[in-house]
Design a protein around this ligand. Structure first.
Ligand SMILES: [Zn+2]
Length: 373
C-alpha cells in the first residue's frame, strides 16, 4: 500500500520499486563503512578512488537487493500472484504479494528464488573478481559485492518470518502436512525460537564473549524477528477467520431510513425523541441509497429554516459516501472503515439496492470468537 513515506524509485515490467527514507540511512551507512574498509585494505588508492568505489559499491549493492526482490516478484507472477510493488526499507526489500500462494510448491519456489538469485550474483561477482588483481579497485568492489550477496542469501534463509527462510520452512511443513494454518503456526514458532537464540547470543556477546556493543546488532535482529513472527501469525490467523465470511453474512438488516423529502425539523424531532443519533440511510422509493444523514450534518444550518429544509438538502450525498458490496470480504470492509475513519458502512447488493449495514464491532466480535477457539 503506498503511504506518504514511500516514494517510487523506478518501474520495472509493471512493478514499482518504492523506498522510504530509512533506506537512505542504511545506504549512507553502507557507503561509510565501505569507505573505511577500502581505506584500511587498499591504502594506495587515494581518497577520491576510495570514496568513488564506496559510493558505486553501495549503489550496486542496492541494485542486487532489487534483483533479489525482482526474482521473487517474477516467480510470484508466474504462479498467478501479481506483484505491483517492491518496497525497500532498512532491512532490505519486500515484494508485496497481493495474496498468499495457493500451493506449497508455489510458495517454496517464490521464497527460494530470491536467495538463489543472490547466490548466483555472488558467484558471478567473485568469479569476475578473481580474473583481476585483488588490490585493483574493480576486483575489490566485485569481491565485496560477491560476499555481501552470499551473506544476503544466508541471512534471508534464517527460518523466521518475514524472511525468505520462514516462508521456505512453512512451505516445506505445508507440503508435508497439507495444512496452511498449522504450517504457519509451526514456522512462526520455530522463527520465535531462532529469534530468541539471536537475542541471547547478542546479549552474551555484549556482556561475556567480547564485551563490546557489536552484539547489539544480533540482539536487534532477534528482536525484529520475534516481533515479525508474532505479527505474521496474528495476521494469518485473523485473515483465515475473516476469509470464512463475506460482508453479506454479517450485515444487519436493521438500520434507520428516512425519506429524502422529510423536513429537517421532523427528522430532528424524531431522532431526539428516541435519543437515537445513529446515521439514517436516505433511500428513494426503489430502496436505492441516495445519501446518509446524521444530526451532525445539521450543525451549521440555520435552525429557523429547519421547517423548509429537506433531508435531501443536508444529507451526505451518495457520491461522497463510502459503501461496501454484499460480496466483498470482511478484510476489505475493515480496511475501508479504517481508511475513512467510520465505524459502519452501508451494504449494497448487485442491483445497487441497500441491503443493510455492516458495523465494525460486529466484525471484531466474530473475529474474537473465532480466535478464541
Ligand atoms: Zn527475499
Amino acid at each position: 500500500m503506498p503511504t506518504a513515506r514511500n516514494h517510487r524509485l523506478i518501474r520495472i515490467q509493471g512493478i514499482d520499486v518504492e523506498y522510504d527514507w530509512s533506506w537512505f540511512i542504511i545506504l549512507g551507512l553502507i557507503a561509510l563503512t565501505l569507505g573505511q574498509y577500502f581505506q584500511a585494505t587498499n591504502a594506495t588508492w587515494g581518497q577520491p578512488t576510495i570514496w568513488a568505489a564506496a559510493a558505486i559499491t553501495a549503489a550496486l549493492f542496492f541494485a542486487c537487493v532489487v534483483i533479489h526482490e525482482l526474482a521473487h516478484s517474477f516467480m510470484a507472477r508466474a504462479h498467478g500472484l501479481p506483484v505491483h510493488t517492491i518496497r525497500l526499507f532498512i532491512f532490505g526489500g519486500v515484494s508485496e504479494l497481493t495474496k498468499e500462494p495457493e500451493k506449497a510448491w508455489s510458495e517454496f519456489l517464490i521464497a527460494i528464488v530470491g536467495p538463489l538469485a543472490s547466490v548466483v550474483i555472488g558467484a558471478i561477482c567473485i568469479g569476475l573478481a578473481r580474473l583481476g588483481s585483488a588490490h585493483a579497485p574493480i576486483p575489490a568492489v566485485l569481491y565485496w559485492l560477491g560476499w555481501i550477496n552470499i551473506f544476503l542469501a544466508g541471512f534471508n534463509l534464517i527460518p523466521g518470518f518475514p524472511l525468505d527462510g520462514g516462508r521456505v520452512l512453512r512451505s516445506i511443513i505445508w507440503g508435508a502436512n497439507g495444512n496452511f494454518l498449522s504450517a504457519t503456526k509451526w514456522a512462526t514458532q520455530i522463527g520465535k525460537i531462532v529469534a530468541v537464540l539471536f537475542m541471547v547470543y547478542g546479549v552474551m556477546e555484549i556482556f561475556v564473549l567480547r564485551a563490546d556493543i557489536s552484539g547489539l546488532w544480533m540482539a536487534f535482529i532477534g528482536w525484529f524477528l520475534l516481533r515479525a513472527a508474532d505479527a505474521s501469525w496474528r495476521q494469518t490467523e485473523a485473515k483465515a477467520a475473516l476469509d470464512h465470511y463475506a460482508v453479506g453474512d454479517l450485515s444487519s438488516p436493521f438500520y434507520q431510513t428516512v425519506p429524502p423529502e422529510e423536513s429537517i425539523e421532523d427528522y430532528f424531532s424524531a431522532v431526539s425523541e428516541e435519543h437515537n443519533f445513529r446515521p439514517s440511510m436516505v433511500v428513494d422509493d426503489q430502496d436505492r441509497l441516495i445519501g446518509v444523514i446524521t444530526p451532525a450534518e445539521l450543525r451549521d444550518s440555520d435552525r429557523m429554516r429547519w421547517s423548509q429544509l429537506r433531508v435531501r438538502d443536508l444529507m451526505v450525498p451518495r457520491p461522497r459516501l463510502v459503501t461496501v458490496s454484499w460480496q466483498e470480504g470482511l478484510m476489505d470492509a475493515l480496511q475501508k472503515m479504517a481508511m475513512n475513519n467510520v465505524s459502519q458502512l452501508p451494504v449494497l447488493g448487485e442491483d445497487d439496492r441497500l441491503r443493510g449495514i455492516i458495523r465494525r464491532d460486529r466484525i471484531i466480535q466474530v473475529l474474537q470468537n473465532s480466535l478464541a477457539h
